[in-house]
Design a protein around this ligand. Sequence first.
Ligand SMILES: [Zn+2]
Length: 399
Amino acid sequence: MRRMHVAVGLVALVLNSPTAGAQRGGRGTPIPAGEACPAGQTEIRPRTCMAPEAPAPNILDYRPKSTLVTPVHMVPTAKYPAIDFHGHPQGLLGTADALGRLGASLDSLNVRMMISADNMSGDRLKSTITAVRASDRMKDRVRVLAGINFQNVGPGWAAKAVAQLEADVAAGAVGVGEIPKSFGLSVRKPDGSRLKIDDPELDPIWDACARLKLPVFIHTADPQEFFKPADYTNERWLEISLFPDRRYPQDRYPSFETLAMERDNMITKHRNTTFVVAHMAWYANDLGHLGKMMDDMPNMLTEVGAVLYDIGRQPRAAHDFFVKYQDRILFGKDSFQPEEYPYYWRVFETNDDYFDYYRGYHAFWKLYGIGLPDAVLKKVYFQNALRITPGIPQTGWPK
Ligand SMILES: [Zn+2]
């Protein structure tokens, strides 16, 4: 009697299931070759789809714990003193007390030098440099990049911009940047047209940077997925859903490719100016393309801020890229969160497998160490920045 009951129950379950009546003797629903399973189902055998018994969790709630047991090498401090070329130490440069706190954080990470890329100019730049110089502890550990004001680009703009840049350099600026992503994306000329990155009216300022030996640190565009529809095939769906202002709908913004082309035109046209392209030009997901850019534009360097998720998911290709272009990659962190730096050290310095990234909404995958040789680490951490930036104190660094 009891047995009967179970059998009847099973039949009821099968009949109620959406996959009832599927493949002979098997489970699931067949689909034609070349088609994907419908939403809510997954392919359990070739061309056979099935839904899980329990409701599937959403991507926020699915947090599986890895069972992989493998060597772990945490790296709280960089192996060699680092220069953070992409610093945004907001609020930590203004007073002796804040500078002291910045120094303590940097010491704990072995970051010796913070380059402030906060686009400062004029009085703000002067007062920041005055505060840094007044700090015995930090006066040799912070340098500041100058900003360029791209409003009202037209006749007379360049002469004014060059004069301001010269004044900022006289006040102590050691480079230019971070030229923000709004340049190219949204900044307009007085006639209402978009200010293109390769606009010839800007030529005098890039030439001045060459003459003054100032590296130009430039952020152009954003991850390619931000320019694409926010559908479920978008690798950055979670981020652009959390932060809708990071989307660039193509009816209102230039394409990623247009911005990249304009930037490359500008770099190519100004061979004597050194450009440091932030965020690996948003091509860390295509190192072949980035390598071609490096080959075509010898005056271009690049910086690794905020793209660790792409470096760490391709450890062999990234290792080879860093070795090949070891003279032209700079360390930079971007957003100043001291607890996030050790993820960079671990990716660069170890061969660890399959470990967490620090920001789940950037990347739902794991990272791997790329195990860079010491000579490459030294170049990426400080030697390349020293070479292209004469204004950084050049003494006291390891051989
Ligand atoms: Zn930045």
